[in-house]
Design a binder for this molecule. Structure first.
Ligand code: BES
Ligand code: MN
Ligand code: ZN
Length: 493
């Protein structure tokens, strides 16, 4: 997609579609007065018609307006004039690009008022992400039923602004948007295509494109390292497991890296503790953490971040079978701690714990993992907010803030002794489930915390936020925006 910045007379500007905000008082935004006048009042008349409520995100597409350069005007509700802020802008712009998704519009103009200078770069970045996000089409195994992915977006300024900052915002927004597309595509691909080997190939391609160092550990390498909890999950599957490592050395040699870890279960049947069959197809998204980390690495590469970043993706399938792990099996993790696998469906933590132990060798500045880890997470925070856990308060709040800044929210949940004590086994150092359903997302995090004592660590449970069910079933690309903001800030970009 192309993004550009222009200044001049908006009413003469030739474009497929110009966006115009409408308050819930049914009045168009004051800055559109000239457009309205030249079009003979068609804009204000349409806004007042009742065909658009003015509620944030409501839209109405107008055709054939006379006297202006734009072929179409998209009215976009921006709510109460007194409550208007950057957040409302971002919500409205997302709705606008969504509405244009099913039209033939290929170039869109977004007017910006320089009197809102302070938020402008943020708005531009978010608009770029929204435009790219709306342009995403899944076509790998199905013809697209919608026509046009938007091709270009022009930000039209009504005066002088810091174009350097705006171009930087376009660059960052573009990197985040493109990276979310990769994350979505990997998530949406069927589990017979997006296998562990496919994720490894994707990582190798990223390494080629952006100069990362790629290392793929094979089953025998993992055996040598003693990654027995990971291998226990993989045992029932005919597909070989992979342990994917990407290293980006953008910072000083002496700088400790940020290590990203993503859960890469390419299909989760539950194993011998098999899941009910309803909606089991959605367990292809159980590599959402891995997809998000691969996406985030693309962003790191596109932005050439001046930061050392390592990505670790343990990936395999969780299948039943004659060779599958049994409930009751005890295995020794790479850390040396023995684990009693009481439920083979609690497999995410089993592949993650060995990856978290492997992370120690980097003496990391911080480790952040993302995983579609627990159904309990969906029950606690629903589909809008990612669950966040951390063994270090500063790191936890840093990620909360990154999520807020990216409109990709996460919220901190507790861990602590009382929950940790729920993890008791008569036959191993730790069981992989707590026994009851209470606090399931928390006890899962506490399990991981047993393997992260040597560094600052945060865990994102994205079970509710990585994909959507229902008619709009599909990966969301989250938490790439949150992780991107976090890393961009750390890199001083
Ligand atoms: N991948 C699932 C978690 C999940 C479930 C994500 C539903 C999104 C929607 C995970 O591997 C799992 O099966 N967790 C179990 C853990 C339980 C056995 C302690 C769960 O949440 O039911
Ligand atoms: Mn499972
Ligand atoms: Zn799983």
């Amino acid at each position: 997609m192309e993004f550009s910045i222009k200044t001049g007379d908006l009413s003469k500007h030739k474009t497929g579609c110009v966006l115009v905000g409408v308050w819930d008082s049914k009045k168009p935004i004051a800055s559109a007065a000239a457009l309205d006048k030249l079009s003979g009042g068609a804009i204000s008349a349409a806004a007042a018609s009742g065909d658009i409520s003015g509620k944030v995100g409501s839209t109405l597409l107008l055709h054939g307006l006379q006297g202006i350069g734009a072929q179409r005007v998209l009215l976009v509700g921006i709510g109460d004039e007194k409550a208007y802020d950057a957040h409302v802008f971002c919500k409205a712009i997302t709705a606008a690009f969504k509405a244009l998704k099913s039209t033939a519009v290929t170039d869109v103009t977004v007017p910006l008022q320089v009197r809102f200078k302070k938020d402008m770069a943020h708005k531009v970045e978010q608009a770029v992400i929204a435009a790219i996000d709306a342009a995403y089409r899944y076509t790998a195994t199905k013809k697209s039923d919608t026509k046009n992915a938007g091709k270009s977006v022009t930000f039209f300024l009504d005066g002088k602004a810091d174009t350097k900052a705006l171009n930087a915002a376009i660059k960052a927004g573009n990197a985040i948007g493109e990276s979310m597309q990769l994350t979505k595509e990997l998530g949406n691909l069927p589990p017979n295509i997006a296998t562990p080997a496919y994720l490894a190939d994707t990582a190798k391609q990223l390494a080629k494109d952006y100069g990362f160092k790629a290392t793929i550990l094979e089953q025998k390498d993992m055996q040598k390292l003693g990654m027995n909890t990971l291998l226990a999950v993989s045992k029932g599957s005919h597909l070989p497991p992979k342990f994917i490592i990407l290293e980006h050395n953008g910072g000083k040699k002496t700088q400790k890296p940020v290590v990203l870890v993503g859960k890469g279960i390419t299909f989760d049947t539950g194993g011998i503790s098999i899941k009910p069959s309803a909606e089991m197809d959605e367990m292809k998204y159980d590599m959402g953490g891995a997809a998000a980390m691969l996406g985030t690495m693309k962003m790191v590469g596109m932005m050439k971040l001046k930061l050392n970043v390592v990505m670790l993706v343990p990936t395999c399938e969780n299948m039943p079978g004659g060779n599958a792990t049994r409930p009751g099996d005890v295995v020794t993790s790479m850390s040396g701690q023995t684990v009693e696998i009481l439920n083979t469906d609690a497999e995410g933590r089993l592949i993650l714990c060995d990856a978290l132990t492997y992370a120690e060798r980097y003496e990391p500045e911080a480790v952040v993992d993302a995983a579609t880890l627990t159904g309990a997470m969906v029950i606690s925070l629903g589909f809008h907010t990612t669950g966040l856990f951390a063994n270090n308060d500063a790191l936890g709040w840093e990620l909360v803030q990154a999520g807020n800044a990216a409109h990709d929210k996460a919220w901190l949940l507790p861990m602590g002794e009382e929950y940790d004590e729920m993890l008791k086994s008569n036959f191993a150092d730790i069981p992989n489930i707590s026994g009851g359903r209470a606090g399931g997302a928390i006890t899962a995090a506490c399990f991981l915390a047993r393997f992260t004592k040597k560094y600052k660590w945060a865990h994102l449970d994205i079970a509710g936020t990585a994909w959507k069910s229902g008619a709009d079933k599909g990966a969301t690309g989250r938490p790439v925006p949150l992780l991107s903001k976090f890393l961009l800030k750390r890199a001083g970009a």
